[in-house]
Design a protein around this ligand. Structure first.
Ligand code: ATP
Ligand code: MN
Length: 480
């Protein structure tokens, strides 16, 4: 007897052999054909039962959602839908699913909206769409590690609870063990964090970059791949409160090589899933096409999912300086006709996602790397250019997603970093250890952060970031 997953069974040539398969019933047609799925592939296994050989009591329990065990013979299928099927000799119900109750859930066999599926996030993984997305997500994670491991990067786990807020963005979740109803107070009435668990204020990390830099200064090339948290109250289709970020950091590496690496990395992982997740991607392409058909023509994307992925592989990302981008935006139609919410008037303006999308989707029609941003709209640690007003920052912008990567060459000169921190009122005492990295063998170094869910969104064609992570964390929602 061969115990196999459905993915293996569907490819097997061991005809007339006994197979044992366990999975969940997707459908049971004509009291004869069970469509079985075990999560190993998007494709179901057809299990054929001769109802005369089985007790009616058992057959009645073969219902949508039930877990069953099937023993049977692998045969060439008579039907045209599948190559092989299992002729069932033994059938065991492992876990019933009451049809009356199933009817009230998303397991019921009809079309449910993505919004509805979100309300039952614990069950949606049993749908074709979420099975496909989550298998692709899993493969992408593996490809991330493969890429870096093959290229001599070391995987570093930076802390999740930190005492520093890297971006100074303020959109942080505080971590405390104090009794919030009755916290210890200082004389001036403020909460006394000296009495808290860590003896200071702490928060969930928004980025592992600063710690990553310290480690690149010893291991040479590192990457992190872990959860990050932002309490930003932006209810968009691209923001989560808890998301996974990939952050490589390289010693002896300037911005140009940083851009090369980011582009090469993205191409590698896209190539890898195209190669290993063909069935899932073809299904997701079809899903996207059906979704697009419901939109007015003008809003539809021109490229199918697989075309879009291949386009990214085959074309160089357009590298454009911030200054060039501003010129394009200042003179473009939607800006002149005041179609943008934020009109671009002069150099120095921060780009909104409407501007990024215009550049990527309308002007260049390709992924774009914008670099050399004005210093005052970027973080304190970015390398100041010789012009004294721009920094060696880069953002990679993708069609449909907007920003997918944010990175920079870091300011390696101690005095320049110190004066920048002073300018922004960042206390040196808070980041004494970070400044140490500039005192002991400082060097040119660079890195970037890539939001893993935005990558999964791009690869799967899912429009909402809530649909590419198993249990999304967003404002007003921490169910499951
Ligand atoms: P955005 O302008 O889209 O909010 P950001 O400038 O805040 O992005 P960074 O701080 O540079 O982003 O973070 C690095 C990467 O992390 C981004 O390029 C993006 O891919 C991802 N990212 C940032 N914020 C979120 C979020 N709230 N949810 C999911 N991914 C995010
Ligand atoms: Mn942000």
């Amino acid at each position: 007897m061969i115990q196999a997953k459905i993915a293996e069974t569907l490819n097997s040539n061991q005809f007339l052999q006994e197979f044992e398969i366990k999975g969940w019933v997707r459908a049971f047609r004509s009291n004869r054909f069970i469509a079985l799925n075990d999560g190993s592939t998007i494709n179901n296994l057809q299990c054929v039962v001769d109802f005369e050989n089985f007790e009616e009591e058992i057959l009645k329990r073969v219902t949508v959602g039930a877990a069953i065990r099937v023993l049977g013979t692998l045969k060439e299928s008579q039907g045209s839908q599948q190559r092989v099927e299992i002729e069932v000799t033994e059938l065991e119900i492992l876990g019933d699913a009451n049809p009356e109750e199933v009817k009230l859930t998303i397991l019921s066999p009809k079309r449910h909206s993505l919004e509805k599926l979100r309300e039952q996030a614990h069950l949606r993984v049993r749908t074709n769409t979420f099975g496909a997305v989550m298998r692709v997500r899993s493969r992408l994670s593996f490809a991330v590690h493969s890429y870096f491991q093959q290229n001599n990067f070391h995987y570093v786990n930076t802390p999740i609870i930190t005492g520093s807020d890297a971006e100074g963005a303020g959109e942080i979740f505080k971590v405390t063990a104090l009794d919030l109803k009755n916290p210890p107070k200082k004389e001036n009435g403020e909460i006394d964090y000296k009495k808290d668990f860590f003896g200071k204020e702490t928060n969930l990390t928004v980025s592992g970059q600063l710690e990553g830099e310290a480690y690149a200064m010893g291991l040479g090339q590192i990457y992190t791949f872990g959860p990050t948290f932002r309490a930003e109250n932006s209810n968009t289709s691209r923001h989560l409160a808890e998301f996974w970020m990939i952050e490589p950091e390289m010693a002896f590496c300037d911005l140009d090589r940083n851009m090369d690496l980011a582009e090469d990395f993205i191409k590698y992982v896209v190539y890898d899933v195209l190669k290993h997740c063909k069935d899932d991607l073809e299904f997701l392409e079809q899903r996207l096409e059906n979704e697009e058909k419901l939109k007015p023509k003008a809003e539809r994307t021109e490229m199918s999912l697989l075309k879009k992925l291949n386009f990214v592989l085959e074309n160089n990302f357009k590298r454009v300086s911030y200054t060039e981008a501003i010129e394009i935006l200042k003179n473009c139609k939607p800006n002149k006709k005041k179609k943008f919410d934020y009109i671009i008037e002069e150099w120095g303006a921060d780009l909104q996602s409407e501007h990024e999308r215009y550049l990527v989707e309308k002007h260049f029609k390709s992924p774009v790397i914008l670099f050399d941003y004005p210093a005052n709209i970027k973080a304190f640690y970015m390398r100041l250019n010789e012009d004294g007003k721009t920094v060696r920052a880069m953002d990679i912008l993708f069609p449909g997603i907007g920003e997918i990567v944010g990175g920079s060459q870091r300011e390696e000169r101690l005095e320049v970093l110190q004066s920048k921190m002073a300018e922004l009122n960042i206390d040196e005492k808070e980041l004494w250890w970070y400044l140490d990295t500039r005192k002991f063998g400082t060097c040119v170094h660079s890195g970037f952060g890539l939001g893993f869910e935005r990558l999964v969104q791009f690869v799967t064609g899912m429009g909402n970031i809530r649909d590419v992570i198993p249990f999304p964390r967003t404002p007003q929602n921490a169910e499951f």
